[in-house]
Design a protein around this ligand. Sequence first.
Ligand code: ADP
Ligand code: ZN
Length: 607
Amino acid sequence: MNGARLEDVIARVWGYTSLRPLQREAMEAVVGGRDSVLVLPTGGGKSLCFQAPALVRPGLAVVVSPLISLMKDQVDTLTGNGVAAGLFNSSLTGAEKNAVVAGLREGRYRLLYVSPERLVGEGGEGFLSLLASCGVSFVAVDEAHCISQWGHDFRPEYRQLARLRHFLPGVSLHAFTATATAQVRRDIATQLGLREPLELVGAFDRPNLLYRVLPRAVLKRQILDVLARHRREAGIVYCTSRREVDALAAWLSSEGIPARPYHAGLTDSERSAHQQAFLSEHIDVIVATVAFGMGIDRSNVRFVVHAGAPRSVEHYQQEAGRAGRDGLEAECLLIYSSADFMRWRVMLESSGELSDASRTLLQQMERYAAGVGCRHRHLAEYFGDRYETTGCGACDYCLGELEPADTPVTLARQILSCVARVGQRFGATHVASVLRGHASDQVVSWGHERRSTFGLLPRASVAELRGYIQQLLGLGLLRMTDDAYSALALTPKGLTLLRDEHSCPGLTLARQRAPRRDAPRAVSRAEAASWDGVDRDLFERLREVRLGEARQRGVPPYVIFHDATLREMARVRPTTLDALLSVKGVGARKASDLGEAFLAVIRTHTT
Ligand code: ADP
Ligand code: ZN
């Protein structure tokens, strides 16, 4: 009975006719009042799992979220769909707060979004008591990994959410996150005091993302190439320092690409103005520091470029994951150099954060960057998922963009032999210098310019050699020593290859290279499928209509309709209200409020 009602509500309000993986299970837990933890990747559709049950269960649903801008988007979207939703956070004026409190007393809302500070900070108890008197049906804790020190974004105020249980006894608690490690999940359950929670963990892979990695060459050229692939589309460029952010944003603007900087060194009002410009499609490119990107979620981000490597694969996944949240194709490009990792080591050391754990995380990041193999597989397996697909069709490796070395066995043996000749006591930089025949001070001071492997690979660049070394580490032919020096050493498998060149059949090593400018642009399967049958001109016209409607209403365009919905309109080309209602993402309220504006354009375009 509840199931049928849920489906009804979802079709009518959101215009979705099918559910994504785990959505049904997650919603049944919420409707049935069983504590739960749902882990789905970004864009997996977590919000629906608490929003739809809120309309089915009697009473008020409370959503705790740390992201004030996302909160506003969600409330605007819900309101646009005809759902009575409100929010309560530090961005409200006194009068607005009073209005919300009055609304709560009158039972006006089905959903209330609150920031954790409002529940646990000063006056938190009063607010919790107020909620307790409002007949709360359940509490959804979004971004629940913030409660765990093992997550990538620990927020101490989340710890105090344990009080929810005390103030709202008998109310079920449901945690939502995109961070999947088992440790974080356990932490969430313990900290929130969940009772025998149902744990639902989705597949981690994001098939709509196209992953690429390039060694840093001429960075500006490399960035312009990406931008050329994504004209008029939204993107984020991540840099490691504020200075770099400011410089790149200014340079892009001078190149005629309006871009704004975003980092912790800006004032609150500057930051919020830049964020607003990005969300409302006044500008399409934002340049941000890796440490500071939580507020810039726009669902139709089509590319994320890292102009330097982040400090862990977890960070990379999180940041790159801001692309393609609407499920449509998007490109994630990592531009890195080995210097990035040294810079992180120095930075972590000076802030006292360099530990064995952080060193390992950095090494794993470098392994991803230098890896030859399917990137989707690498990421999925890194996060403990099995990955069954061969040839993902959405990464530089599977698209054939890496350049395989002609004689990989010889190359591997040259590198292994150099590691052995320097006594297995040096890192990748030193080994690369020796192989290239670069008589650096360190090389000379150890007398390594006299070793037979000195200058064995004079034409290879440092980046290339470091890349091969990472690949050999990944293949288990080399290892890092456990001592403080993190030197390269041979594994038994590596020793065997030195003795017997046939011991490693099928060995491949590869070089990353920029796609040739004149080469046709590689298109992932996800991209091809999402454009299949879409009238692109019509899609652009519909975007303009959406922008107009959004400006009129003062909301970001994707709050009106997602890109996926516009593309389907441009594929199906409905000319009647009924036909429009069958487009995924068009609910009853939006059809009646906005339908005519979009239909009019479709009709004139089609005739
Ligand atoms: P998450 O919170 O997991 O990052 P969202 O809740 O923002 O993901 O959902 C991502 C996108 O998927 C949104 O555009 C949402 O409207 C859409 N979506 C969610 N569930 C469905 C569904 N069952 N059918 C179609 N689209 C959906
Ligand atoms: Zn692949």
